[in-house]
Design a protein around this ligand. Structure first.
Ligand code: SAM
Length: 214
């Protein structure tokens, strides 16, 4: 896609900066990633709008504002080890891998995990570990994590995720309560947990042991 750099700039201005996100590290990461590579060719142009688009298996790539918002609240740096639950297309994974040291990303649908891996390998990312399985209980083999991001909706904050978070760590995740989804930011300091809602949301459900039934 020849003109995608212009489309990225437009997307950044229209959906990120004009909605109040000015985090230059996050914006630079988004600027460096060809978002159209993560969707079917027929959705190439639409991938630079704010629409959540289908990626197969009844799943979606999150809208760009939501991806930028959730990344910015993680306050990532190059020392951070991140767990992402819900690899999906791999686009959010690319943003995280651009900003952090290591990313562990878990996806329950094998085909999506393998497809995202091919895309991210082609883009030359070397700091991503792909896991296929149920991430609703986190992934304790590589814990603890500095940051955890969940990109599908749960009905509560699983204790296992809090346990797998380092002290000083941050989790961002959508939670559905009374049929209404909100994005929560959870901070852990000296074993005290602080929770804050930052936006409403409309994610697909997280299916699994600590999630919704399939
Ligand atoms: N962030 C992704 C992107 O940029 O494309 C979009 C993620 S999509 C909204 C949510 C993903 O979570 C889907 O791919 C879905 O299969 C996955 N998922 C649902 N339940 C899961 C679970 N228990 N463990 C891991 N992944 C899960």
């Amino acid at each position: 896609m020849a003109n995608y750099k212009n489309l990225i700039e437009k997307m950044i201005n229209l959906y990120i900066i004009s909605n109040g996100i000015h985090d230059s590290a996050v914006i630079d990461a988004i600027r460096s990633i060809p978002r159209h590579s993560f969707v079917e060719e027929s959705f190439s142009e639409l991938s630079y709008t704010d629409a959540p688009l289908p990626i197969g298996h009844k799943q979606t790539i999150s809208g760009i504002y939501t991806a930028a918002l959730m990344t910015s609240v993680l306050e990532l740096n190059k020392n951070h080890k991140v767990l992402e639950i819900g690899t999906g297309s791999g686009y959010q994974t690319a943003i995280l891998a651009n900003l952090a040291s290591e990313v562990y990303t878990i996806e329950r649908i094998r085909e999506l995990s393998l497809k995202s891996r091919t895309i991210l390998d082609n883009l030359d990312f070397k700091n991503i570990t792909f896991i296929i399985g149920d991430g609703s209980i986190g992934f304790k083999e590589y814990a603890p994590y500095d940051r955890i991001i969940v990109t599908a909706c749960l009905s509560e904050i699983p204790k296992s995720l809090i346990d797998q978070l380092k002290d000083g760590g941050i989790i961002v995740m959508p939670v559905e309560i009374d049929y209404k989804q909100n994005i929560f930011v959870i901070k852990k300091n000296n074993d005290k947990i602080e929770k804050k809602i930052i936006a409403s949301a409309n994610f697909v459900k997280l299916i699994g042991k600590s999630g919704f039934a399939a």
